[in-house]
Structure formats: structure tokens, C-alpha cells
Design a protein around this ligand. Structure first.
Ligand SMILES: NC(=O)c1ccc[n+]([C@@H]2O[C@H](COP(=O)([O-])OP(=O)(O)OC[C@H]3O[C@@H](n4cnc5c(N)ncnc54)[C@H](OP(=O)(O)O)[C@@H]3O)[C@@H](O)[C@H]2O)c1
Length: 323
């Protein structure tokens, strides 16, 4: 039997990645859609083939009241995640929540606690963990093939046209570039480094917001220290676009990933200057498949609420350290 999945929000990530990916996920189907506007919900539902007899809603409570709805994917502005995720969990629906899971660590904790109380699965949508090349690197690193990690860094940026996006403002967001892409880099570092290096013990941030003078980071640099040794540097910006890069330097190998931080699941990976072969796979399919498999008891959630919460704590720490 298929798991019926509803999507909340009809924006960019829902339309470009999540709903199309649903078509390739085994054991699940897109069931219904919630938008602020019923017409927009209907268009989205029909375009992406949502299967419910009533497949478009503009009311959260009506959407969640459907007894055939098993799970939701929440793809709305970060400041709305807590209220929507808690309502979904209280209605007994499993939750795959876009990143960052909340705009405060307190909200992140409440979401996690509520999902535990209601015995529903909670996954946080860090799709870079489902990049096939990254997965090979992680396997080699965690298997000891690359030697002891010493240092890592990542840069991921884009050029915003202006500051009209909700991420630039306090009402619906808490960070700009850090929420758009920095949180992914933090997750990537934690995924790679935690097993050998231990928890992040220091987190320092430097932030520039001088172009628009708004409340949130335009360019940010975050340094994490894992355990009492390994340092990881992360740079994000909404002021310029450049090829993304992730570097991991270990005793026996240096890994250089170019263009792998993104939606496509592609890019080049060199290990000691030798290209790493991998099959390009849609990381959003892997991410949603993991959520469905976890609901069916066949897998563990790759990024649980506790990990999403720690990520939010580090975003908060980095930006408060930056003043
Ligand atoms: N993992 C990834 O690769 C990735 C990439 C991009 C974004 N994201 C995450 O996904 C979430 C959505 O990001 P996005 O880029 O898709 O944003 P977006 O294009 O602005 O879409 C957000 C959608 O949320 C709904 N929404 C509900 N209340 C809203 C409000 N008051 N203001 C604006 N929109 C509202 C809207 O759909 P209706 O108009 O239908 O209500 C809107 O289209 C964020 O948490 C973001 O961090 C993840």
C-alpha cells in the first residue's frame, strides 16, 4: 500500500524538486497540496498529479483532517515550519521538514518533542546527504580509507537580485545566505566529521550585512571546531555567484568537490587529484525515499530532529557570535 504524502507550500523547491521527485519514490504517492490560495493549490496538485479525490486545500486544518493523508512535506518559509510541523504531528502525520527546521532552537526542540510524543517520524531535508558522490566520500572517510581528518572547508553562494525575498526579513526568516545554503554546509560537515572527530565545541561567525543594511547575513563566514582539533570553515553569500567547493583534507587524502553543492547531484570530485567515479542521482528522490522507508520501518531517518535542532543551534550561535 502506498504512503499518501501531502505537500505544504507551492514555491520553488516544492515545484522544481520535491513534487517531481515524488514521482520516482517507491511506496509513496503525492496525495494533496496546501497553499494559501486554493486555486494555486489546485493548479499545483493537477500539474504534479496529486491523487486524492480532494487534492487541493487552503486551510491547514482541513488538509490535515483527511484520514487518508499519512505524511507531509513542509516547504514553506522557515518561520512557518514550527507551527505547521507541530499541527501535522498532532494530527498524526509523519513530517519531512525543509531546512533549517526552525528559526529558533526552542522551536526546533518543540517540533522534535511533539513528533516523539505523537509517535510520528520526523526527517529534516538535507538533500546533500543523498548526493551519490558525497556518499562515496563519506563511506571512504568513515571506513578509514582517507586517514584522519584534519581540516575541511566549503563555499556556497548565489547572487540575489535584490532583498525582496522573505529570507532577508525578520517576519518569516532568521538568516539569509546561512539559511539558504549555510545550514546545508553545516550538515555536510557534521555528517562527514562527527563520527571521527566528535561534537562541535566551538562555533564562531563573522557576518557582513552592509549592502542592504537588513537584519540578516549577506556574506557570512562560520568556523566550527569538532572535538578539540578539527577545524571546518564555511562561507556563504547572497552577493555573488561562484562555483561551489567542498574540501576535506585528511592524513592520507585530499578530497576536492567542485559544483557538488546544489540541487543536481552532479559536480566533479577529485581524491588526491584522481576523479572519483559515481552515478549522478537525484538527491531529492533519495531524501524522500529515506523518509518513506523510515515510515515503513525499513530504514532509519538520515537526519532526525535532534540533528536539525543542533544545526539551528549552530546557526544561532554563529550569528550571535558575529553580533
Ligand atoms: N533542500 C533544498 O535544496 C532547499 C532549496 C530551497 C529551499 N529550501 C527550503 O524550502 C523552504 C521553502 O523555500 P523556497 O525556496 O521554496 O521558498 P519559496 O519559493 O518562497 O516558496 C515558499 C512557499 O511557501 C508558501 N507560503 C506560505 N506562507 C507564506 C508566506 N507568508 N510568504 C511566502 N510564502 C508562503 C508559498 O506557497 P503558497 O503561495 O502556495 O502558500 C510559497 O510559494 C525553506 O525552508 C527553504 O529553506 C530547501
Amino acid at each position: 500500500m502506498s504512503i499518501n504524502v501531502g505537500i505544504i507550500g507551492t514555491g520553488r523547491i516544492a515545484h522544481m524538486q520535491l513534487a517531481p521527485a515524488m514521482q520516482h519514490v517507491k511506496g509513496a504517492r503525492l496525495w494533496s497540496v496546501l497553499s494559501r490560495d486554493e486555486q494555486r493549490a489546485a493548479e499545483f496538485a493537477n500539474q504534479h498529479g496529486a491523487m486524492a479525490p480532494v487534492n487541493a486545500y487552503a486551510s491547514l486544518s482541513a488538509f490535515l483532517a483527511d484520514p487518508s493523508l499519512d505524511a507531509v512535506i513542509i516547504a514553506t518559509p522557515d518561520g512557518l515550519h514550527a507551527q505547521q510541523a507541530i499541527a501535522a504531528a498532532r494530527a498524526g502525520k509523519h513530517v519531512l521538514l525543509e531546512k533549517p527546521m526552525a528559526t529558533t532552537a526552542e522551536d526546533a526542540a518543540t517540533i522534535t518533542e511533539t513528533c516523539t510524543e505523537e509517535r510520528v517520524k520526523l526527517g529534516i531535508a538535507y538533500h546533500l546527504r543523498w548526493h551519490a558522490g558525497h556518499r562515496k566520500v563519506a563511506e571512504m572517510l568513515h571506513g578509514g580509507e582517507l586517514g584522519k581528518p584534519r581540516y575541511a572547508r566549503a563555499i556556497w553562494t548565489w547572487e540575489a537580485d535584490d532583498n525582496s525575498n522573505w529570507r532577508a526579513h525578520k517576519e518569516l526568516g532568521q538568516w539569509w545566505g546561512l539559511a539558504g545554503v549555510g545550514t546545508h554546509c553545516i550538515d555536510l560537515m557534521r555528517w562527514m566529521l562527527l563520527p571521527q572527530c566528535g561534537e562541535v565545541n566551538r562555533c564562531v561567525g563573522v557576518i557582513d550585512k552592509s549592502q542592504y543594511g537588513g537584519p540578516h547575513d549577506e556574506t557570512a563566514s562560520v568556523t566550527l571546531q569538532f572535538g578539540d582539533s578539527v577545524v571546518a570553515d564555511i562561507t556563504t553569500s547572497v552577493m555573488f555567484s561562484t562555483l561551489s567547493r567542498f574540501e576535506l583534507h585528511c592524513d592520507d587524502a585530499s578530497v576536492i568537490c567542485e559544483g557538488t553543492l546544489g540541487a543536481s547531484g552532479s559536480g566533479t570530485i577529485l581524491i588526491n587529484n584522481t576523479p572519483l567515479e559515481y552515478d549522478v542521482m537525484n538527491p531529492y528522490v533519495g531524501e524522500i525515499q529515506n523518509f518513506i522507508d523510515a515510515i515503513e520501518g525499513k530504514a532509519r531517518i538520515a537526519v532526525p530532529g535532534s540533528e536539525g535542532q543542533r544545526n539551528v543551534e549552530l546557526l544561532a550561535q554563529a550569528s550571535s557570535a558575529a553580533g
